[in-house]
Design a protein around this ligand. Structure first.
Ligand code: NAG
Ligand code: NAG
Ligand code: NAG
Ligand code: NAG
Ligand code: NAG
Ligand code: NAG
Ligand code: NAG
Ligand code: NAG
Ligand code: NAG
Ligand code: NAG
Length: 655
C-alpha cells in the first residue's frame, strides 16, 4: 500500500523534478543495477549498499513472520535474504503448496510492507541444512539421475518447477514495484563435483526467460579460487561467502579475481554455525563477529548476515552431512535472534555496529515473546507401531522379493516398516546390512521382542534370536537427507539387501507409514475410545530397547493468567529418541540421549485455550516408564530452551 502510494507520487512528481531539459531519464522508474565504474550498486540511480539478514520463512511459523521481520528492520537491516526450498513447495510431482506457512509471496509482500528489500535465492538447490538441499526426494525415482547437472530428467523437473515459481516472483521484482533487488542462481555450485556449465547456462536462460532482462542475477561461492572456478558464469554477478575465521581483505580479493569491478558482496557472513546430533553446540563469539562486520562495512561492501534468525527444522526437514551426520531440530544457529525470535546480546551489539555506518530506525524494538512453563504432562502408552499398522498404513503393505526404498514406495519422509519371516531357527544369528545399507536407522524386533538397532554408519551386525517363521520387523527411520556434497542423492530405507548369516533375506512386506494423518485424526479418535494399552504389545522390556510406540497425553492452558497461551519448550527427561506432535503439529525430532538439543520449541499459535492440548510422542528406543506404571511417563513444558548440553566429540556425555 505505502509503496504504491510512493510510486504514484513519484510518477506525479517526476516531470516537476526532472524538467524537460533532462527528459531522457525517467526517475520514476525503479531500477537496481551495478555501477561498474564506482564498484557499487545503484538503486534508482543512487549509490546503495545492502546490509541484509537471512530468515527462512520455512523455518518460522507464518504467525511470527511479521514479528521477526520487524525485529530485523529495527536492527538496521535494509534487506532480508531467503532461500526457496523446492521440496517444501512441490511435495509430489506436479502437486504444489503455496498457502499458509508455504505462502512465500505473502512473506515477501510482508517484508515489502515493512520497508525491507529482498534478496531471493530460489535454488533450485539451496543446501541450507535442509533435507536434500531443497531438492525433492521424488527426483530419485530415476536411480541414475545426476542432480545439479544437465541430466535431462533433472532439467525437465527443474524447468517445470521454475515455470511455476518464477512467474509468481516476477511481479515482486524491484523494477516491477516489489522488493526483490537480486536473485541468486543455484547455490555454491563451485563446491559441487559436476562443474557443468551447460546446467548453469540452462538456469541462466530460464531465469531470464521468466524474470526478464532487468533483474540482477548473481552467484555465491566460498571465497576460494577453486570454488569460484565452477560456480560462476558470465552474466551472473559473482559474490562470495565467508565467516569470521579468515582475512576479510583476502576473501574479497578472491571475489575481485572474478569480478575486477563492481560491489564487494559477502552473501553469507556467518553469525553462528550449524549443529549436528551428538556434537557440541556451535557458537560464534559476539566480539569477533562485531569486529569482522565492522571491517566489512568499513570497505563499503554489501553483506548478508547468515542467519539473522535461524528458526526450526519442524517435522522431518533437517538435512545431514557426510559421513552421515544429521542436524538437529533446532536451527538456532547462535544467530542474533534466537530460534524463538528472542533478542540477544549479539542483536544489540550488531545493531550498534550497523549504526556506525547507516541510519538505524528509532522507536521501540518488539520485545522477546514471553515463555510459559506449563509444567509436567503425564503420557500414557497407546500402542506400539506394530499393533497400529492398520491405522498407520490404511492402504495396506507392498510385497517385494527384495527391499524397496522410500522413494520406490512413494513415501518420502518419516518411517517405513519392513517385515519378513525368519527362514530358520536363529540363535545369535547375525543380521547384517552390507555397504552401509540402512538409511538411516532400523529398530529391529522378532515376534515383538526388541533385538536392537542397525545404524547407517555402523557395519556392526546385530545378533538376533527367534524360531523359523517368526516375524522379523525393521522400522526404518529417515533421519534427514544429505544436503551438501556429492551424495545428496540420498535414498532412504533398506537400500541394500539384508543378510542373515550371509544369506539374503527375501519376500518382504513393506508398510509405508502415514504417521502424520494417523496422529492428526485416526490416532486421536482411537484415544477417545479408550483403547489404551491392555495387551501384551504394550509390555515393557527388560532389555535396553522397547518396541517403538505411541504415547499420548494432554494439558490445559491455565485460566486466570493473562496473555496465555504463550510459547514454551518441551523437554524429554528420560526419553531416548523420537518424534513429537502437539495438536497434530509435528514439532520435530527429539534425541536427548545424543544432545546437544534437549528441548524443542513450541510456538504458541499451535496451542489452544478452548480444549485440552494433545501431545503425541513416538518413542523409538526406550521410554522412561517402568513395566508396571505408565503414569511415570512424563514430558515437561518449560520456559527456557536447552540446546547446548555438553557433548564430547564422540557423542558421549561427559559425566
Ligand atoms: C516512466 O516509467 C514508468 C514506470 O516504469 C512508466 O509507467 C512510464 O510510462 C515512464 N514514463 C516515460 C515518460 O517513459
Ligand atoms: C590478509 O590478507 C592480505 C591480502 O592477502 C594480506 O596482505 C594481509 O597480510 C593479511 N592479513 C593478515 C592479518 O593475515
Ligand atoms: C553375537 O553372537 C556371537 C555368536 O554367534 C557371539 O560370539 C557374540 O558375542 C554375540 N554378540 C553379542 C553382542 O551378543
Ligand atoms: C548369544 O551370545 C551371547 C554372548 O556369547 C550369550 O551370552 C547369549 O546367551 C547368547 N544368546 C543366545 C540366545 O544364544
Ligand atoms: C548363524 O551363525 C551362528 C554362528 O556361527 C550360529 O550359531 C547360528 O546357528 C547360525 N544361524 C543360522 C540360522 O544359520
Ligand atoms: C550418487 O551420485 C554420485 C554422483 O553422481 C554417484 O557417484 C553415486 O553413485 C550416486 N549414488 C547412488 C546410490 O546412486
Ligand atoms: C538384492 O539381491 C538381488 C539378487 O542378488 C539383486 O538382484 C538386488 O538388486 C539386490 N537388491 C538390493 C537393494 O541391493
Ligand atoms: C518367497 O516367495 C516365493 C513366492 O511366493 C516362494 O516361492 C519362496 O519360497 C519364498 N521364499 C522364501 C525364502 O520364503
Ligand atoms: C485433543 O484430542 C481430543 C480427543 O480426541 C479432542 O476432542 C480435542 O479436540 C483435541 N484437542 C485439540 C486442541 O485438538
Ligand atoms: C487428558 O488427560 C487426562 C489424564 O491426564 C485423561 O484423563 C483425559 O482423558 C485426557 N483427555 C483427553 C481429551 O484425551
Amino acid at each position: 500500500m505505502i509503496s504504491a502510494l510512493v510510486r504514484i507520487l513519484s510518477l506525479l512528481l517526476a516531470p516537476l523534478l526532472l524538467g524537460s531539459a533532462h527528459g531522457l531519464r525517467n526517475v520514476s522508474r525503479r531500477t537496481f543495477e551495478i555501477d561498474y565504474n564506482k564498484d557499487r550498486f545503484l538503486k534508482d540511480g543512487q549509490p546503495f549498499r545492502y546490509i541484509s539478514g537471512s530468515i527462512h520463512y520455512f523455518r518460522v511459523p507464518r504467525f511470527y513472520w511479521k514479528d521477526r521481520l520487524l525485529k530485523m528492520k529495527m536492527a538496521g537491516l535494509n534487506a532480508i535474504q531467503t532461500y526457496v526450498p523446492w521440496n517444501f513447495h512441490e511435495p509430489q510431482p506436479g502437486q504444489y503448496q503455496f498457502s499458509e506457512d508455504h505462502d512465500v509471496e505473502y512473506f515477501i509482500k510482508l517484508a515489502h510492507e515493512l520497508g525491507l528489500l529482498v534478496i531471493l535465492r530460489p535454488g533450485p538447490y539451496i543446501c541450507a541444512e535442509w533435507d536434500m538441499g531443497g531438492l525433492p526426494a521424488w527426483l530419485l525415482e530415476k536411480e541414475s539421475i545426476v542432480l545439479r547437472s544437465s541430466d535431462p530428467d533433472y532439467l525437465a523437473a527443474v524447468d517445470k518447477w521454475l515455470g511455476v515459481l518464477l512467474p509468481k516472483m516476477r511481479p515482486l521484482l524491484y523494477q516491477n514495484g516489489g522488493p526483490i533487488i537480486t536473485v541468486q542462481v543455484e547455490n555454491e555450485y563451485g563446491s559441487y563435483f559436476a562443474c557443468d556449465f551447460n546446467y548453469m547456462r540452462f538456469l541462466q536462460k530460464r531465469f531470464r526467460y521468466h524474470l526478464g532482462n532487468d533483474v540482477l542475477l548473481f552467484t555465491t561461492d566460498g571465497a576460494l579460487k577453486n570454488f569460484l572456478k565452477c560456480g560462476t558464469l558470465q552474466g551472473l554477478y559473482a559474490t562470495v561467502d565467508f565467516g569470521t575465521g579468515g582475512n576479510v581483505t583476502a576473501d574479497f580479493q578472491t571475489q575481485r579475481k572474478v569480478e575486477p569491478k563492481g560491489p564487494l558482496v559477502n552473501s553469507e557472513f556467518y553469525t553462528g554455525w550449524l549443529d549436528h546430533w551428538g556434537k557440541p553446540h556451535s557458537t560464534v563469539e559476539t566480539e569477533v563477529l562485531a569486529s569482522s562486520l565492522y571491517d566489512i562495512l568499513a570497505r563499503g561492501a554489501s553483506v548478508n548476515l547468515y542467519m539473522f534468525i535461524g528458526g526450526t527444522n519442524f517435522a522431518y526437514w533437517n538435512g545431514a552431512n557426510t559421513p552421515y551426520s544429521p542436524q538437529p531440530t533446532s536451527y538456532d544457529y547462535d544467530a542474533p535472534l534466537s530460534e524463538a525470535g528472542d533478542l540477544t546480546e549479539k542483536y544489540f551489539v550488531l545493531r550498534k555496529v550497523i549504526q556506525m555506518f547507516e541510519d538505524v530506525p528509532e522507536g521501540p524494538i518488539p520485545p522477546s515473546t514471553p515463555k510459559f512453563a506449563y509444567g509436567k504432562v503425564a503420557l500414557k502408552k497407546l500402542k506400539t507401531v506394530e499393533a497400529a499398522l492398520d491405522i498407520l498404513c490404511p492402504g495396506g503393505p507392498i510385497e517385494s522379493l527384495y527391499p524397496l526404498t522410500f522413494t520406490q514406495v512413494k513415501q518420502y519422509f518419516g518411517f517405513v516398516l519392513y517385515r519378513t519371516t525368519l527362514p530358520q531357527d536363529c540363535s545369535n544369528s547375525s543380521l547384517y546390512a552390507p555397504k552401509d545399507g540402512v538409511h538411516d536407522r532400523a529398530y529391529v524386533s522378532v515376534n515383538g521382542v526388541p533385538q536392537g538397532i542397525l545404524e547407517r554408519n555402523s557395519m556392526i551386525p546385530l545378533n538376533i534370536t527367534g524360531k523359523a517363521g517368526a516375524t522379523l520387523d525393521l522400522l526404518v527411520e529417515n533421519m534427514g537427507r544429505v544436503n551438501y556434497g556429492s551424495y545428496i542423492n540420498d535414498s532412504k530405507g533398506l537400500v541394500s539387501n539384508l543378510t542373515l548369516n550371509s544369506s539374503i533375506l527375501t519376500n518382504w512386506t513393506i508398510f509405508p507409514l502415514d504417521t502424520e494423518d494417523a496422529v492428526r485424526s485416526r490416532l486421536g479418535a482411537w484415544g477417545d475410545q479408550g483403547a489404551g494399552c491392555h495387551n501384551k504389545d504394550c509390555a515393557g522390556s527388560s532389555s535396553n530397547y522397547m518396541l517403538p510406540a505411541f504415547y499420548v497425553g494432554n494439558f490445559s492452558i491455565p485460566s486466570g493468567i493473562p496473555d496465555l497461551p504463550q510459547d514454551t519448550f518441551i523437554q524429554f527427561s528420560g526419553w531416548t529418541k523420537g518424534q513429537v506432535w502437539i495438536n497434530g503439529f509435528n514439532l520435530g525430532r527429539y534425541w536427548p540421549a545424543q544432545g546437544p538439543q534437549m528441548t524443542l520449541f513450541v510456538p504458541q499459535h499451535i496451542l489452544t485455550t478452548s480444549a485440552p492440548n494433545n501431545i503425541t510422542v513416538l518413542e523409538l528406543e526406550h521410554a522412561p516408564c517402568s513395566t508396571h506404571g505408565w503414569e511415570t511417563c512424563t514430558v515437561e513444558l518449560v520456559d527456557k530452551p536447552i540446546i547446548n548440553r555438553p557433548v564430547t566429540h564422540d557423542g558421549v556425555f561427559p559425566q
